[in-house]
Design a protein around this ligand. Structure first.
Ligand code: XMP
Length: 326
């Protein structure tokens, strides 16, 4: 649209002005905000931008490939992918407590990101260039919530997988500071980003790590990834993506129940479907999904995912239940 085009043109000019001939770094999370911010900056300064994507091994099926392939294809951005799955899973070994999991994931994320950042700064320095800027996908509601301070790393940790280091030596580039979520999606569309990225529903920074009730292991992640992919596939096929805010799928890894399949007794795990409708995630109601859709999801998950023999539906609103289980 006319307004979206003018937002893009205005921001591109501002970014060029701000960054000049220096270099910038942007962390990609797979989410809409960081993707659109990166695409805008890429449009403005091209090869002066490098993006960093930390793969913590807790993403859903296909999400890392979406960033590595589709996002790069759509924007032409230079991307450094850090495969840190082993490191995260080692640090999470045997940990069941939700807050502990969040702390560990946030801490490891900062360490890995800072290391990648330092490497990029060193490489640029060797080439006689100066990396002075860090791109952030801060939105208008984030600015208001954090007191409207500008140019500093004053952002809620919730939105950034654990926040930024205190000794930040970069200036921030925040091209989405005046925008709301729907406007960000329109800008993303205008910039030619893939639909799967632009229309992506919220997904927590700690990823599937906080959707396994119990300790996180590779095997459990694989089960959950399969179950989650089936639920998403069926919801998309039923045309329900825009009707629901998000639908976490949760693996109750510490719970077992008896089932029967063919002639055999099974003793497997339940998964929980948590479809919610919401305006802003502060409050939420459980989504009244059509029974036939729920039925297809249940049949497919129990047929296709080994060790999952029961699918249950969470019908709790928020409050009292949070959207995520951990
Ligand atoms: P809750 O579970 O608190 O979730 O009702 C509210 C919204 O926030 C998302 N969420 C997170 N997002 N990092 C994030 O970036 C986090 O640690 C995190 N925890 C929850 C959740 O998916 C929902 O949209």
């Amino acid at each position: 649209s006319w307004t979206t085009t003018s937002i893009v043109d205005e921001q591109v000019a501002l970014i060029r002005d701000q960054v000049g001939s220096k270099r910038a770094i942007c962390g990609l999370s797979g989410g809409v905000d960081s993707a659109v911010a990166a695409a805008l900056v890429q449009k403005a300064i091209g090869a002066q931008l490098t993006c960093v994507y930390v793969d913590h091994g807790l993403m859903r099926k296909g999400e890392t490939e979406q960033v590595e392939k589709d996002f790069v294809a759509a924007t032409g951005v230079q991307l450094k992918v850090v495969d840190a799955a082993d490191r995260f899973l080692d640090a999470l070994e045997g940990v069941s407590d939700p807050e502990q999991k969040r702390k560990i994931i946030g801490r490891e994320f900062i360490r890995v990101f800072e290391q990648a950042q330092a490497e990029l700064v060193a490489e640029a320095g060797a080439a006689g260039e100066d990396v002075a800027f860090l791109v952030q996908g801060t939105l208008y509601p984030d600015v208001v919530e954090s007191g409207g301070g500008s140019g500093t790393a004053n952002i809620k940790s919730h939105h950034n997988v654990g926040g930024l280091p205190d000794d930040l030596e970069f200036q921030l580039v925040e091209p989405l500071r005046k925008l709301f979520k729907d406007e960000v999606r329109m800008v993303g569309q205008e910039l030619g980003l893939p639909e799967e990225i632009v229309q992506r529903q919220p997904f927590p920074g700690p990823g599937l790590g906080i959707r396994i009730v119990g300790a996180v292991t590779r095997e459990r992640l694989d089960l959950l990834r399969e179950a989650d992919a089936i639920a998403r596939e069926e919801l998309t096929a039923a045309g329900l993506d825009r009707d629901i805010w998000q639908c976490p799928v949760v693996l109750l890894a510490d719970v077992r129940s008896v089932g029967v399949q063919g002639d055999g007794r099974t003793y497997g795990h339940p998964v929980v479907l948590r479809p919610v409708s919401s305006e802003d995630a502060m409050t939420a109601d459980w989504s009244r999904l059509p029974y036939d859709v729920l039925s297809r999801v249940s049949t497919r998950i129990t047929n296709e995912v080994r060790d999952v023999n029961r699918v249950v539906l969470d019908i709790t609103s928020k409050p009292p239940g949070t959207i995520e289980w951990e």
